[in-house]
Design a protein. Sequence first.
Length: 173
Amino acid sequence: MADNFLKSGLLDSLIVSPAGKHAHGKNYGVSDNHRIKMVQMMVSDLQRRWGKDKVSLSLREVQSTNVSYTYLALSELGESYAGAQIALLVGQDCLDNFHLWNNYQEILNQFRVLVHPRIGSNSRPLQGMTMIKAENVNGASGVVKQRLVNGQEVATWLLPEIHDYIHQNNLYI
């Protein structure tokens, strides 16, 4: 998905920011340390292909002890990158519950929201959102995790080093 957002021409750069403590107590299935390690591998791969000036990693949200709210995370990024237009990048599957997000109207009013098409999702972007032109993908993290739990193969959806890391550390099993 990150490649398609970068290919869209709608971004000058990409800051990957793993979610922190979920407001509704969602369990990510693995420790933050494992999540950070896998995201670092993904970001390193993107930097090799797109350049370090184009892709960076922010661990501020995942390392915070506070509950994580997307609106606050975007606002903090806006303060850190004064003058930059901050955009939220989501998969189409997130649109089903977007209206339940904390301060979702403020997100739509203050930030650009770019949506990546997903297989199996018929949700339409809300006013103020932009659906990028890209091939539908079926690689939502929840789908990948469920396939791992079920013992199904996911190698085509993951970088080889992330796939190996998951299996070496017996994650999501």
